[in-house]
Design a protein around this ligand. Structure first.
Ligand code: FE2
Length: 144
């Protein structure tokens, strides 16, 4: 896997998550609708920033970010499908999807460092730090 190809897979993950987080924002149901509706908005706002940051990093190192839904669905291993409405089901999906993104990014650090691209490795580390904090909070939000 080239670093360019790897970055495009991550861009695809973020593109799919952007839509998926909207679905949770719209369809979450139950007594905690208001705070969760807001939380999911915060998460899709954040991921659109990460999406743009990764795409512009790829452009900065001479690559071409994927930019169509068709490419995102083909490149990402995150499934956009689902009909979760309860907070438990949504958080279970978020734990799965963010864990996937974190483990992929961890592999990317070595890939970037192998090419002496410390700035890209640093961007991965920063994103992992942020996503791991979300993962801790998602896990706190489901029944033990
Ligand atoms: Fe909204």
């Amino acid at each position: 896997m080239t670093l360019h190809g790897f970055l495009n897979e991550r861009i695809a993950d973020f593109g799919v998550m952007y839509f998926k987080l909207h679905r949770f924002h719209w369809y979450v149901k139950g007594p905690f609708f208001y705070p969760l509706h807001e939380k999911f908005e915060e998460l899709y706002d954040e991921i659109t920033g990460t999406f743009d940051e990764f795409a512009e990093r790829l452009l900065s190192i001479g690559g071409a970010p994927a930019s169509t839904m068709k490419e995102y669905l083909a490149l990402s291993k995150i499934s956009e499908e689902g009909n979760e409405v309860t907070p438990e089901d949504i958080f279970a999906t978020l734990i799965k999807d963010y864990s996937h993104m974190v483990s992929a990014l961890k592999e990317g650090i070595e890939l970037a460092e192998g090419q002496r691209d410390m700035a890209t490795a640093d961007m991965f580390i920063e994103t992992i730090t942020n996503f791991e904090k979300h993962l801790w909070m998602f896990k706190q939000s489901i029944k033990g």
